[in-house]
Write a protein that binds this ligand. Structure first.
Ligand code: NAD
Ligand code: WQD
Length: 344
């Protein structure tokens, strides 16, 4: 079977690609390299050259290119939609860029996918919940007004997909609300590869550990949490990848048209504790200092993770320590190989 991954050269898409390849699926990757590099394809080939993904370089907001792509690949069994811009900060500076890319991109994709009734998985985010009144966060918690245009694109994206599934009995879709994906492929040949200064915690930690950055700023330690720093639900990216495959398999045999699942371990870990875990598993001390809180950060977010486990049979395999170690191995690999994401 052939699966299309929009944004498949990005962090999560590339990891899902390796999983699909290893299970014998053929993969078509669509990407416009806005936040990735062709080098990622070479890395994917280094992991598995026997069942290589097909790369189609195009922008999903381009209706004609998309239509042509789906005519060319008329034997698809499903689509996983990763392609989006994801910087919370940048989305506040450039809201139109984000609404255009993430919303127009989704709408154009939906037109071709719905017309063919192809099962669709959408990369949503725990950001849709904001600071939930209930912890752990269940899927039926209401959306809170988002701090950023990025967050709104996930809320709107889910609604647009849900509304579209209600117009066509044959069209099925699923929103996966990721909590905090971290870590890298076991081979350490792919991982999270920020083009600019990382906004996410783990790549920041690994860049400090390797000596690329001077210090980690811990954004606030006066929150109403056990140690005052923010609490999140970190999940290994390969466990997250499995959730996509289980999601697709579920859609192929499901009766309903639209599903929503949290994807998290259900374990709240503070920033301070995560830094400590990293120091313990790698034996490297992380130069850090406490700074002001980052605007828009919610103090605590962790998932009620049982729905996906019971309904899809998803069983996470990796511990947080393993995820941190894999992220560290990837950072070391990047350092020793001299690879650069800029050189396409
Ligand atoms: P990423 O930026 O690494 O990957 C996204 C990929 O999509 C990139 O390769 C980029 O070049 C491509 N892309 C963006 N716009 C495109 C367009 N118009 N046409 C073609 N390609 C386009 O991001 P990621 O971390 O892999 O995230 C994947 C998805 O998961 C995104 O939708 C993101 O919003 C969502 N998500 C990510 C996280 C996280 O922490 N990484 C958490 C929750 C949700
Ligand atoms: C984790 C914790 C920071 C960096 C964001 C998006 C969300 C989702 C995932 C993505 C927070 C703290 C971070 C640093 C720090 N979407 N931190 N120093 O904020 O949970 O979620 O990424 O596409 O929509 O908002 O993840 O990794 O940025 O931060 O202290 O240098 O680490 O305050 O508590 P977050 P994160």
């Amino acid at each position: 079977m052939k699966i299309l991954l929009t944004g498949g050269l990005g962090y999560i898409g590339a990891h899902v690609c390796t999983l699909l390849q290893s299970r014998g699926y053929r993969v078509v990757i669509v990407d416009n390299l806005v936040n990735s590099s062709k080098q990622m394809l070479r890395q994917l080939l280094a992991i598995d050259s026997k069942n290589p993904p097909i790369l189609e370089l195009l922008d999903i907001t381009n209706t004609k290119d998309l239509e042509k792509l789906f005519q060319q690949h008329d034997d698809l069994s499903g689509v996983i939609h990763f392609a989006a811009l994801k910087s919370v900060n940048q989305s506040i500076q450039k809201p139109l860029k984000y609404y255009h890319n993430n919303i127009i991109g989704l709408i154009e994709l939906l037109k071709v996918v719905e017309a063919r009734s192809l099962p669709l998985i959408f990369s949503s985010s725990c950001t849709v919940y904001g600071q939930s009144d209930v912890l752990p966060i269940t899927e039926n918690q209401p959306f809170k007004p988002s701090y950023s245009p990025y967050g709104f694109t996930k809320q709107m994206g889910e609604q647009i997909i849900k509304d579209t599934t209600s117009t066509n009995e044959q069209f099925k879709a699923m929103s996966l609300r990721y909590f905090n994906p971290i870590g890298a492929h076991d081979s350490a040949l792919i991982g999270q590869w920020p083009i600019n200064e990382p906004e996410n915690l783990v790549p920041y930690i690994t860049q400090v550990a390797i000596g690329k950055r001077k210090e980690l700023k811990i954004f606030g330690d006066q929150y109403d949490t056990p140690d005052g720093s923010c609490v999140r639900d970190y999940i290994h990216v390969m466990d997250l990848a499995e959730a996509h495959l289980l999601g697709l398999e579920y859609l192929w045999s499901s009766k309903s048209n639209y599903y929503v699942f949290n994807v998290g371990l259900g374990e709240g870990v503070s920033v301070k504790r995560l830094v400590k875990r990293f120091e313990e598993v790698t034996k490297i001390s992380i130069n850090h200092r406490i700074t002001n809180p980052r605007e828009g950060d919610v103090p605590i977010a962790y998932a009620e993770a049982s729905k996906i486990q019971t309904q899809l049979g998803w069983i996470p395999k990796y511990s947080i320590d393993e995820a941190l170690l894999s992220a560290w191995k990837w950072e070391q690999y990047l350092d020793s190989s001299g690879l650069s994401i800029d050189s396409t």
